[in-house]
Design a protein around this ligand. Structure first.
Ligand code: GLY
Ligand code: MN
Ligand code: MN
Length: 298
C-alpha cells in the first residue's frame, strides 16, 4: 500500500510469531522497524494472539481440508505397506509415500517424513532415512500430506517383514492401549498437558506390569515427548493456551522408545474435539497388530 492512501488507517497488524518468519534471525524486528520509519503515523501491532484465538477452533471447511489431507496420507501409508520389505533403504519406503500423495492431489508435505527403522526410531527427530531396514526390526513412519495448506500428522509403526515378534506385539499393544486411554481424556475442558499426565500415569502402571520399570520416574526413560499438539495450517498449530473446546484439532501420539531393544513405537492420530469427547479423524488408517499383519500378508 502507499503512504498517501493511508489516511484512514491507524493500526497495522502483523503475525510476529509466524514460524517461517521466526526462523529468520532478526527479520521480524527489522521489518517492523523499517515500517515504522517509512510510516511513522501507523501503530504496528502484533496479530499473533488474535490469530491464535481464530486458529484454535476449526470451522467445517477447515475440518474438511484436514480430513482430505488425512485421507491422502492414508493412501500414501497403504502404498508404503504394499511395498515394504527387509533389505530396502528407509528412503525407498518413503518414496512410495511421496509418489502416492502427489498422485492423490496433495499440495505439499506437512513436514519432513520420518522413516526410522530399528534403533533410529528411538531418536525423535531422525529424518536421514538412509539406513537399510532389517528383517525382524520395526520401522516407524511419521508423515503427513498437506491439502490446501491444511496438515495431516500421522505416525504408524510396522514390522518390516510383515510379522510382529511376541515382544514387539506386547509393546505395540501397550502403546495402542495408551492411545485409547489418552483419547478418552481428549475432551472439552482438559488441557493437552493434562492428557499427557494421564498417559504417563497409564505407562507407570503398564510398564511396571511387564517389568520394564520399577519406579514411576523411570517412564521418562522410555517416553519423552508430549502426547498432543494442535494441528491445522501448521503441523504444530498456533493455539490459545487454554483448555480444549469443541472444534479444536489435536494429535494423539503416544510412543515407547526402548533403545536397548532397538525398538521405537509411535502411533499418532488426529482428533477433532466435540461437545462431549472427540472424533478420531484418522480412524480409517490401519492400526491394530491384526490389521497390519493381515494387510502385509496379502
Ligand atoms: N510430526 C511431528 C509431530 O508428530 O509432532
Ligand atoms: Mn507426527
Ligand atoms: Mn504430531
Amino acid at each position: 500500500f502507499l503512504a498517501n492512501s493511508c489516511n484512514n488507517i491507524k493500526n497495522i497488524y502483523f503475525d510476529l510469531q509466524r514460524n517461517d518468519l521466526k526462523s529468520i534471525p532478526g527479520f521480524v524486528e527489522r521489518f517492523a522497524n523499517d515500517l515504522k520509519l517509512k510510516f511513522p503515523f501507523l501503530n504496528i501491532l502484533n496479530a499473533a494472539n488474535i490469530l491464535a484465538k481464530l486458529r484454535t477452533i476449526k470451522d467445517s471447511l477447515e475440518i474438511e481440508k484436514i480430513s482430505k489431507a488425512i485421507s491422502i496420507t492414508n493412501e500414501g501409508i497403504k502404498s508404503i505397506l504394499k511395498n515394504l520389505k527387509p533389505g530396502m533403504f528407509e528412503y525407498q519406503a518413503e518414496s512410495y509415500f511421496d509418489q502416492s500423495i502427489k498422485y492423490n492431489g496433495a499440495t505439499n508435505f506437512a513436514f519432513r517424513t520420518i522413516a526410522a527403522s530399528g534403533n533410529n526410531a528411538t531418536c525423535l527427530h531422525y529424518s536421514d532415512n538412509n539406513c537399510i531396514m532389517k528383517d525382524g526390526d520395526l520401522v516407524l513412519f511419521d508423515l503427513g500430506a498437506a491439502y490446501e495448506n491444511y496438515h495431516a500428522d500421522i505416525s504408524r509403526t510396522f514390522p518390516i517383514n510383515g510379522k510382529f515378534t511376541d515382544r514387539q506385539k506386547q509393546l505395540y499393544n501397550i502403546v495402542l492401549d495408551g492411545q485409547k486411554h489418552a483419547m478418552s481424556h481428549s475432551k472439552p475442558g482438559v488441557t493437552t498437558r493434562e492428557i499427557n499426565a494421564e498417559l504417563i500415569k497409564y505407562y507407570q502402571k503398564a510398564l511396571k506390569e511387564i517389568g520394564l520399570i520399577t519406579e514411576d520416574s523411570e517412564v521418562s526413560k522410555y517416553y519423552y515427548h508430549g502426547v498432543s499438539h494442535h494441528l491445522g495450517l501448521d503441523t504444530h498449530d498456533m493455539c490459545e493456551q487454554v483448555a480444549l473446546v469443541p472444534g479444536c484439532v489435536i494429535s494423539c501420539e503416544p510412543g515407547l522408545y526402548i533403545a536397548e531393544e532397538n525398538i521405537g513405537i509411535r502411533i499418532e492420530d488426529d482428533l477433532l474435539i466435540t461437545e462431549d469427547g472427540c472424533i478420531n479423524l484418522s480412524k480409517d488408517i490401519i492400526r491394530t497388530v491384526e490389521e497390519i499383519e493381515r494387510f502385509m500378508s496379502k
